[in-house]
Ligand binder design. Structure first.
Ligand code: HEM
Ligand code: HEM
Length: 175
């Protein structure tokens, strides 16, 4: 079969699953926060935390998967672009781990255990400390979240550039 996609070097099935489910978990966690901001219901903040912690576990598994599976060879591009893509992917990994970790620290330093969908509970495993809780709250809200927005927009922008300007089929590697 000689369709244009047949010789695209794809990411492994596991890498593709990790990628898209991470993106969905991020989206759902964010939507729960929007719902909480609009309806001020403890249901939504609880779900925000549970989906956020799920993303933390998912990202830990994803890093392990990344170490043990081979990435496809990069599509041809200038060296600086390849370097930028590697740096920004690395930063995205870091942010997606830091964000839920910091959220969890905010909660436990605030003295609140975290319920995970009623399945189990993460206990307060630190000595509650108001100023530490406030520090993690500021990190969560004012530092890491704006960085996630920025890097995600750059990431999606780069994917669209490959799709519509360079037309090099990059996105199909992750589909
Ligand atoms: C990747 C995962 C996460 C993302 C993207 C995320 C994102 C956000 C965002 C956008 C806000 C609102 C900031 C604002 O506009 O005021 C927020 C607030 C909050 N998040 Fe997360 N969050 C994540 C994980 C978590 C986790 C795991 C927890 C706790 C276990 C948590 C606890 C909270 C709490 C308690 C607030 C409210 C803070 C306040 O009312 O000032 N988050 N989060
Ligand atoms: C419409 C949304 C998205 C599209 C079209 C997209 C597309 C892609 C593509 C094509 C790649 C592979 C690049 C290559 O082969 O060199 C990739 C990798 C990656 N994407 Fe996305 N992505 C999207 C959303 C997201 C989101 C929301 C995140 C997290 C915030 C994310 C994080 C990553 C990371 C960390 C990698 C690197 C994978 C690795 O090196 O293991 N992506 N994305």
């Amino acid at each position: 079969m000689s369709n244009i996609n047949s010789n695209v070097k794809k990411w492994s099935v596991s890498s593709r699953l990790f990628h898209w489910i991470s993106a969905i978990l991020l989206l759902v966690t964010w939507i729960m926060m929007l719902l909480y901001r609009n309806f001020d219901s403890s249901l939504y903040i609880g779900l925000h935390k549970a989906f956020g912690v799920s993303l933390l576990f998912w990202m830990i598994a994803r890093v392990i998967n990344r170490v043990f599976t081979k990435a496809p060879p990069p599509v041809p591009m200038p060296k600086w672009q390849l370097l930028m893509s590697q740096v920004s992917h690395f930063v995205l990994y870091g942010l997606l781990i830091a964000m839920p970790f910091v959220g969890l620290m905010m909660s436990v330093y605030g003295g609140r255990p975290v319920d995970i969908f009623g399945l189990f509970e993460i206990p307060v495993f630190v000595t509650p400390d108001r100023s530490a809780a406030r520090f993690y709250n500021d990190l969560h809200t004012d530092i890491i979240w704006p960085m996630i927005i920025a890097f995600t927009l750059i990431h999606i922008g780069a994917a669209l550039y490959h799709q519509f300007v360079k037309k090099d089929n990059l996105i199909s590697r992750m589909k």
